[in-house]
Design a protein around this ligand. Sequence first.
Ligand code: C2E
Ligand code: CA
Ligand code: CA
Length: 562
Amino acid sequence: MERNKIYVNGKRRILVADDEFINREMLEAILKDEYEVIKAEDGAIAYDVVKENKNTLSLIMLDLIMPNLNGMELLARLKEDSELKSIPVIVLTSDHKSEVESLHKGAADFIPKPYPEPDVIKARVRRLIELSEDRQIISATATDNLTGLFTTEYFYRYGEQWDKYQPDKKMDAVCIDINHFHIINERFGMTAGDHILQILADRLLEIFPTDDCLVCRKTADTFLIYCPHHEDYQNIVDKIDGIVTDIAASIKIRVGVYPCCDKNLEIQSRFDRAKIAADKIRNNYSVPVSVFDEGLLKTELYAEQLVEEFPNAIEEGQFQVYFQPKFNIEGDKPVLSSAEALVRWFHPEMGMISPGKFIPLFEENGLITRLDEYVWSSVGKRIADWKRRLGVSVPVSVNLSRAEMYDPSLISKLDNIINENGLTTDDLYLEITESAYVRDSSEISNVVNELQEHGFFIEMDDFGSGYSSLNMISELPIDALKLDMYFIKNAFSKSHNTKMISIVIDIADYLGVPVIAEGVETEEQYLAMKELGVAVIQGYYFSKPVPSSEFEKFLTEKGEQD
Ligand code: C2E
Ligand code: CA
Ligand code: CA
């Protein structure tokens, strides 16, 4: 398959400047099938036309002897002008002496009069245009070694050229990503991953033919496409999803589209928008196509703002740790058993920002480590303070993010917090989300094992939302299962079916660990959980997450009961 042919849809534009009517007509007749020919009957007019069309002219064919401004003078003017000098010029002449002079003055080639065969003229014109376009992009390596598709730099340059030739054509900027491509790499190896990228590249070229589309590979598994407007991208997903390869791995893609893009925007920004749209559905497999809208841009800008303001916010103490009680419901009366620490950001202008807005963002860019250290250390101090002032405390669990599991100093950081505050590992529990285990399971398990051996109580958070197999779970170091909130939501929405919850409880029994149900909001749910044998409950039914001062009332109550 020919991939790296330079192709711009629409005809390239050529100026023929000649004072003789018959010459102009002849050249036009020869070239008009392949090119859009514009004509000028003297040098002065030609100069104006060139200036007017400087961005779209592919070639100038110039007669040397013309009234008003002769060809040689015009050539000199063009070559002095930084905006015009890159447009190639072919000189048309019957005078052999002038040929050499015109080449010296910057003409790229000449065609003698009387004119040679039309095919010779066409071939020269074609070659010259190609040469000059090649020269313009010589700095960009044209194609990607692996897939043979355009590289990003080349792709953007051609996209821009393309726009010049068809400024009014409606074009879509499209970004295609493979879902969980890293898992394919991990499971089948890099060679297999590369193979899949090649297959996908081939399929993309079939779907987006090079005569009116441009396709490039941006990074690992991200592909960009510039194509005439399509209404139906689901249809394209259907042609790609489930491509089965000889390693029996099938892929699922997500597509971000910025349709009928605004050509006043830099080409790169158009594709940034397509990428923003694709990223929005990163973890949502049921929705494969996402269309850009301005709201998304606002979200993105908002995200940038949060990241920028983070260091200052930490300095100024804008983050505050809230506590949500967990109650053991196995006995006659619910008993406060522990709490979860949940962070909030009190922004001076935006007010309270919930962690759902910034945690995923900070997990992506690594800021989470800094924030969590702050949270853990606040929690350590707080527990010590309760013990000292109130004479009572409960274990508080903190959330660990995936990135932190790779921090070799994780244990020593947690140790420091415990030691500095005179606590033990019975005071500080750890919540680790199930999805953290699923990726790189063996590596993460080793870390969690170490934490557990060190004495920490490990709660597997959001259980049921990941994809762990029973087999895997039975080997994981866990002390409690926290049922994902959606189980409760689903069980009590329309269906009133608690079957799934029973199954999870059976799994927990099999593992010999208690179940904690999160997101219990109503008495009905509370009673149902009790009936099913859930050990611990956390949710609005008992309390929302509250500031530490408010949480103290649960502690004093407990102190009085004990
Ligand atoms: P999570 O660990 O699953 O935390 C439970 C979330 O459920 C909390 O949301 C909590 O306020 C909410 N919730 C509790 N009970 C109910 C209920 O009855 N109904 C409903 N609808 N919601 C309930 P929040 O505080 O917004 O936290 C969201 C997520 O942000 C947390 O999910 C956790 O993954 C993350 N997060 C929060 N604080 C931290 C932190 O300090 N460090 C890290 N790494 N992650 C954190
Ligand atoms: Ca949690
Ligand atoms: Ca959870």
